[in-house]
Design a protein around this ligand. Structure first.
Ligand SMILES: Cc1cc2nc3c(=O)[nH]c(=O)nc-3n(C[C@H](O)[C@H](O)[C@H](O)COP(=O)(O)O)c2cc1C
Length: 228
């Protein structure tokens, strides 16, 4: 039903007024024809893309070493400018409790409240300069983002979810990881785990967790280039 819900929400169909107030993840998506065309398109989307989202509630189901390896294997095959592969990942499993807690402390805002329940925390780091002559790599951030999305899609394929966070103290993270800040910069922290029950979250976070996802319409960001 999770997939159905995401399709329903992605199709931007309003919940019918008489509809029983189910968990938003479980709305049937095909009751009304209004957005049939868009629904049809969405249903053809790659299933992992349909299922990927950024939850705050994580279950205590173990994420194994093999699963972690698979996520980083996905990053490994991401495209990058000049095949530079300008990404580095530092991760800690919650079994390594002290280190895990130290990484949680680097997170800011409400992120530590929910991310402390993830199974694995990752810090993604970009390498700013090309290996070749140490020249600035203008596409490095783009390429790290591509690798991070590969991780997210691979996770969704495995029934896992990841939640990226820009909300962490990057100076502290760089110090903690002993990075050479001339060339390396922490970019996102990433919580990894199986989706948990929204009821385990504090009220405000639970509300956000259950909110329908919003997306721009395709025509707001796609333009066919006209013939000159
Ligand atoms: C670079 C980046 C930084 C983000 N930072 C945070 C964050 O600090 N805290 C948070 O709760 N979510 C964060 N997110 C998650 C976004 O809010 C989320 O991806 C967006 O709302 C779309 O939701 P979805 O991933 O469920 O489709 C971040 C996502 C990205 C890609």
């Amino acid at each position: 039903m999770l997939t159905h819900n995401l399709i329903y929400r992605k199709a931007g169909i309003k919940k019918p007024a008489f509809f029983i107030n189910l968990h938003p993840h479980n709305y049937p998506y095909n009751l009304f024809c209004k957005a049939n065309f868009q629904q049809k398109i969405i249903m053809q989307l790659n299933k992992a893309i349909q299922n990927r989202w950024s939850p705050r509630a994580f279950s205590d189901k173990e994420v194994t070493k093999e699963m972690i390896d698979l996520l980083f294997e996905a990053a490994r095959w991401a495209p990058s400018s000049m095949n530079e592969q300008p990404w580095k990942y530092y991760f800690v499993h919650r079994n390594n409790q002290n280190t895990f807690n130290e990484v949680v402390e680097i997170l800011t805002g409400t992120n530590p409240v929910w991310a402390q329940h993830a199974q694995v925390l990752i810090i993604s780091v970009v390498k700013k300069n090309f290996d070749y002559q140490n020249r600035p790599n203008k596409n490095a951030l783009h390429d790290l983002g591509a690798a991070n999305v590969s991780i997210a899609i691979q996770a969704a394929e495995m029934g896992l979810q990841v939640h990226q966070m820009g909300g962490f103290d990057k100076t502290k993270a760089a110090e903690y990881l002993q990075l050479d800040i001339e060339n390396f910069e922490p970019v996102t922290a990433i919580a990894v785990g199986f989706q948990g029950d929204a009821d385990q979250l504090p009220k405000e976070l639970k509300e956000r967790e259950l909110q329908p996802r919003k997306r721009k319409k395709i025509e707001e960001f796609v333009y066919e280039i006209a013939e000159k």
